[in-house]
Write a protein that binds this ligand. Sequence first.
Ligand code: ADE
Ligand code: ZN
Length: 319
Amino acid sequence: MPLPKAELHLHIEGTLEPELAFALAARNGVELPYADTDALREAYRFSDLQSFLNLYYGLMAVLRTERDFEDLANAYLARAAAQGVRHAEIFFDPQAHIARGVALGTVVEGLWAALGSSEENHGVSTRLIMCFLRDESADSARETLEAARPYLDRITGVGLDSAEVGHPPVKFREVYEAAAALGLRRVAHAGEEGPPQYITDSLDLLGVERIDHGLRCMEDPELVARLVRERVPLTLCPLSNVRLRAVDTLADHPLPAMLDAGLLCTVNSDDPAYFGGYVDDNFTAVRSALGLDEQRLRELARNSFLAAFLADDEERRAR
Ligand code: ADE
Ligand code: ZN
C-alpha cells in the first residue's frame, strides 16, 4: 500500500499521457507531428527545461474543450489515488491555453467538472493553482489575473512557472501583490535552473508560502538556514530533476542532504506523463537510489500534509 500523501507540485498539462494525447487529437481533428505514441515517447529526450517546454506547449494543441480538460483531470486523479494521493494541489497554465484561442472559462470549468467531484469519485481533495508563465510579460500576467476574477471561488492560489533563467521574480511583484489582495495563496518555481537569489526574491518580493523545486538553495548556506528557520516548504520533483538534467543521476540528488539540513522537503511528480512516473514512483525511486529508510519516507509524506493549503479539519481527514 502506498503511503497516504499530498501532491503539491503537479502541472495538470504535464499529466497528458501519449495515449490520451492521440485520443484527444482524433476527437478534435488535430494533427500531431508524431506517427504514434511510441514516436511521441521517443521525443521525450530532454536536455534542459526549455527543450521540455517546447514539446509540452506543442502537445497542448489537443486540449480544446471542457470535456478534454475534464478527461485529463479525471485520468490524473484516478492515477494519483492509486498512488496514495489523498490531496492534490494542481497547477494549470491559463496563458498557454488562451494564446491558442481556448477561453479561460473552458479550462477552469472543464478542470472543475473533475475536481469538484474528486472527493466522491477518487477520494482525493483538491485545490487549483493558476500559474503565470514567467517568460511572458508582467502585463500578460496582470491581464490573466483580471480574466480569472469570475473563477476565483475555484482558484486557491497563484504560481509562477515556465522558463526560469532570465525571468526573475521581481518582474511579477505587482501581480503577486494584486493576487494577495484578492485573498489568493502564493507559490513560485524558483531554484530549479535559476540561482538561489530567485528563491530569496520569491520570498521577499512575491511573498510566497512555498518554493516549487528550490533545489539550488543548497548553494547558499545562509538561505538554507533561513528556509529551515522559517519552515518554508520545498516541493521537490526528483524524477523531473533527472529528466531535465538539473542533476546528473538520481543518486546525485541532494534530497538526503536537504532533509539532514532540516529543510521541510516534499516529493512530487511535476509532469509525470513526461518524466517517467507519478508521485509514488518518485517515492519508490528515491527510496532505492538514495537509500531513504521508512522513517524518511514517512517524514516526506507527513511534510506534504503540513505544507498543503488545507484547513486543519481537512488535514486530519486526509490522514
Ligand atoms: N512547467 C511545467 N513543468 C515545469 C517545470 N518543471 N518548471 C517550470 N515550468 C514548468
Ligand atoms: Zn513544475
